[in-house]
Design a protein. Structure first.
Ligand code: WTA
Length: 645
């Protein structure tokens, strides 16, 4: 086993040195990053790209992700270092050292083995933000099983479809989690998802006791604490092939059905740990790191679980929402734990801007040194506020662009090495090659005045790249690699400015971002038309001051199904609730507009651009390609008589 590791030397190279190294020998650079991990069997081949876009990274090496996040730190004498500083929403706290986290993970791994889970089996995880969630993830990875974490805010229906797509054998859940002062039921949603044998692959449900909510426990249901109490304490982690599947994470694309993005072990862990230590300038053994993302999203996977733990940092985990019991909460936590690196989403910053700086100003935030932003473009005003009010004009801000598919940060400033710019994510990280191309795939012309807007591509394979869509290799090739042959097409628009820095311009497809959460308009439309009142639906992401985008739906109703003819307000209410139930509260439309027709081209394609104009209160753009141009007039007239927030 190789043994190269020392946290304090992790970022001893300057950014320029890293960049030079990556430019002169890209694969050698990535091999060096991978060597910062501990391999059960060292790799000799860095990349096999003989069958693009199916990459194999560090193919002949063997590695265990859980070992890298836990055992090696304990073996290096860091066992007593706090790994997790947990703060529950009701105010309960708990600290786990690396030794304690390892001890629990070993027991959980044995408990999974006792339940018949083996390498390659899929395990769904539907949990609140509590330490057991990280333990569950690390235990699944430790035995070579594949986790599929489903965000706790998704509905039972969404959970069911994800379980069935991955054919999961086990669900790990909790009785509930605390959110906004209430126990949010999770086990109940699992029961609902599994009822009438609708997930036949599931053999057991493991239930963590968190809220002490009464739950129905049937034969297949087992309490986590009972299973761990019975489990053997020792578990030796074995190495798995570098390309062994680590996890599936479902994300929204342009079609109605979420895609199971597949990440594998060695390359993913290399990308997550390298970017975590580089982008956040991790050099001090005294850093206290806090990423506010839920583990149900990719940011939680890479920058709550794998990146930080592989790098052996101390991190804060907070269960609840930023406003519970009031808007002081986050800033109290930063003050209390002396957080030095803080990573959150622009939507949160905008919410606090609206609430006012007093809630921040009342706290000593002098421990902060690096502030990160992720999930959507950060507007310059929010950037400035973050810098001034939260960072005391002292902290570096890293605006990090990446995706579920990229596995780790691709574009971001690197602290202390460049002049940051409010609103621009600036440069690809050392080792990453990106480009901006026009409609035809030619690079946009980048002059002293910058460039036109184009499509963002990633031009060379990178270690934490997705390795496929679960069960659908063709969709993987088609979605990401066919628009601009040989390049990964990200789905985002971008342009260069006069200094050659990159500005992200948002999605160019039907993916929308609501409070940083990724949703697809097609997915919400499918949910709407499943309701018997709805004949047709069109959904757009309308600009929103706080959440960046908000869901606005236009529906045509089936008059014959309406029965007692409820009024439009009632219809709006029912359909908004319906979408929450089908997908989750995050997808709930801000507004439902009942219309008699939708604007379509002569070939029958809905012109969402025009609906977006209406939803954002702008004069409607060019309607000449519509089959019937009067449609927009009637929709516009309608708008002024209906709102249902
Ligand atoms: C958007 C989240 C601008 C982008 C990590 C991308 C951003 C999508 C930024 C992926 C940023 C993420 N600036 N846009 N710093 N970060 N995005 O898969 O549109 O939930 O394609 O991953 O979020 O969303 P996902």
């Amino acid at each position: 086993m190789t043994w190269p590791y020392k946290i304090s030397s992790m970022t001893s190279k300057t950014n320029q040195e890293l960049r030079d190294e990556a430019n002169s020998d890209r694969l050698g650079f990535w091999a060096n990053q991978a060597h910062q991990l501990s391999w059960h069997k060292p790799f000799t081949k860095t990349l096999d790209w003989s069958n693009p876009p199916f990459a194999k990274w560090f193919e002949d090496g063997q590695i265990n992700a859980s070992y890298n996040c836990l055992d090696r730190h304990v073996l290096a004498g860091l066992g007593d270092k706090p790994a997790i500083l947990f703060e529950g929403e009701p105010g309960d706290t708990q600290t786990y050292t690396y030794s304690e986290l390892l001890e629990q993970t070993k027991k959980a791994a044995n408990a999974l083995l006792d339940l018949g889970i083996r390498s390659g089996d899929r395990v769904a995880i539907y949990m609140p933000m509590i330490p057991e969630t990280l333990i569950a993830i690390l235990a699944v990875a430790r035995i070579g099983a594949v986790h599929s974490v489903v965000f706790g805010g998704f509905s039972a229906d969404s959970l069911r479809s994800r379980i069935n797509d991955a054919q999961a054998k086990l669900v790990i859940t909790a009785d509930g989690g605390f959110r906004k002062g209430k126990a949010h039921p999770l086990k109940e949603a699992v029961d609902h998802a599994l009822q009438d044998n609708s997930c036949p692959s599931i053999e057991h449900v493991l239930v963590v006791q968190r809220t002490n909510t009464a739950v129905a426990m049937e034969d297949k249901d087992i309490w986590w604490h009972d299973a761990l109490a019975k489990a053997e304490p020792e578990h030796e982690a074995i190495g798995f092939d570098s390309e062994h599947p680590l996890f599936i994470l479902y994300t929204s694309g342009t079609t109605g059905k979420p895609k199971g993005i597949l990440h594998t072990t060695g390359g993913y862990l290399t990308g997550a740990s390298y970017t975590h230590r580089t982008v956040f300038d991790l050099k001090s053994d005294t850093d206290v790191y806090w990423c506010t993302a839920d583990v149900g999203w990719i940011t939680g996977h890479s920058y709550v679980v794998y990146g930080p733990l592989a790098n052996g940092v101390t991190q804060v985990i907070y269960e609840g929402t930023p406003d519970s019991p009031n808007f002081e909460r986050w800033w109290e936590i930063i003050e209390k734990f002396k957080v030095s690196i803080f990573y959150t989403a622009p939507t949160a910053i905008r919410t606090f801007m609206k609430v006012g700086r007093a809630v921040v100003d009342g706290h000593d935030l002098s421990s902060l040194r690096i502030l990160g932003s992720v999930g959507e473009p950060i507007n310059p005003e929010a950037w400035e506020w973050y810098h001034k009010v939260v960072g005391g004009s002292r902290c570096e801000i890293v605006d990090t662009w990446w995706q579920t598919e990229t596995g780790s940060i691709m574009i971001s400033p690197v602290p202390h090495t460049m002049q940051t710019k409010p609103g621009s994510a600036q440069r690809a990280l050392p080792g990453i090659t990106v480009g901006i191309v026009d409609e035809n795939g030619s690079p946009v012309i980048n002059s002293s005045e910058g460039s036109e807007a184009g499509y963002l591509t990633i031009d060379e394979p990178w270690p934490s790249m997705l390795k496929g869509i679960w069960g659908d290799p063709e969709r993987f090739v088609e979605t990401y690699w066919s628009r601009f042959p040989g390049k990964y097409f990200a789905g985002d628009g971008a342009r260069f400015d006069e200094d050659g820095d990159i500005w992200l311009l948002g999605r160019i497809d039907d993916v929308i971002k609501v409070s940083g959460h990724r949703l697809s308009t097609a997915e919400i439309e499918s949910a709407l038309v499943e309701h018997h009142w709805v004949a047709e639906a069109a959904v757009v992401g309308a600009q929103d001051e706080i959440t960046e985008q908000a869901v606005v739906a236009f529906v045509i109703l089936r008059q014959d199904e309406l029965g007692d003819a409820p009024d439009e307000e009632e219809i709006g209410k029912v359909l908004r609730g319906w979408v929450s139930e089908k997908i989750g509260a995050i997808a709930r439309p801000r507004q439902i507009m009942v219309v008699s027709e939708l604007p379509k081209t002569r070939s029958g394609k809905i012109m969402r651009r025009l609906l977006k104009d209406v939803a954002e209160g702008r004069p409607v753009g060019d309607t000449t390609t519509l089959a019937d141009s009067s449609v927009m007039n009637s929709i516009n007239d309608k708008l002024h008589s209906s709102t249902n927030d």
